[in-house]
Write a protein that binds this ligand. Structure first.
Ligand code: 5GP
Length: 186
């Protein structure tokens, strides 16, 4: 069976990676599978274990790093996030096109390890709009919002490392652009 395509969907926190990803997954012709990440962040009220993330302790996370079980990992605003290698390999060998929805430090690690990965960076229409979206979640305190915004500015500065940069001004339009890019790369 032909191996699937590894797809990195990155972009600053709050840009709408998750919403665009959900829209992409409605399109069955893309044959996508989502790589569920591991994190030490506490779950938000709507998030579910094993669906949004595998929520683990810092100790468990560090054990995974030591055993070499993560394809990539990063620290982001005080928490660890990483991609378990095992599921990615399994899904790719089943012919699925695997989506990693990850931040920039992790994306750069995957680019170095997997130069053929399809890399897409989502940008917000403006920084003001990004701030509005981050605040719209209303789940984080001001200091965390400020940290996420400062981080976002640095992340946007790396966008030229990616094969494609897509503006997320409208979820459906962004989904259409990304679906076209994926199909061209299959
Ligand atoms: P959040 O706390 O908003 O869920 O995620 C914070 C940031 O970490 C987001 O940019 C998200 O895409 C990213 N992220 C989620 N999972 C992973 C992962 O496995 N690895 C890396 N490097 N970043 C991740």
């Amino acid at each position: 069976m032909k191996k699937g395509l590894l797809i990195i969907l990155s972009g600053p926190s709050g840009v709408g990676k998750g919403t665009v990803r959900q829209e992409l997954f409605k399109d069955e012709s893309l044959n996508l599978a989502y790589s569920i990440s591991m994190t030490t962040r506490k779950p938000r009220p709507t998030e579910k274990e094993g669906i949004d993330y595998f929520f683990v302790s810092e100790e468990e996370f560090k054990e995974k790093i030591e055993k070499g079980e993560l394809l990539e990992y990063a620290q982001f605003v005080g928490n660890y996030y990483g991609t378990p290698q095992f599921y990615v390999d399994q899904l790719l060998s089943e012919g699925k096109n695997v989506v990693l929805e990850i931040e920039v430090q992790g994306a750069l690690q995957v680019m170095a390890k997997c130069p053929h990965a399809l890399t897409i960076f989502l940008v917000p229409p403006s920084l003001e709009e990004l701030e509005r979206r981050i605040r719209g979640r209303r789940t984080e305190e001001e200091s965390i919002v400020q940290e996420r915004l400062a981080k976002a500015r640095k992340e946007i500065a790396t966008k030229d490392e990616y094969k494609y940069v897509v503006e997320n001004d409208d979820v459906v339009a962004a989904k259409e652009k990304i679906a076209k890019i994926i199909k061209e790369n299959l």
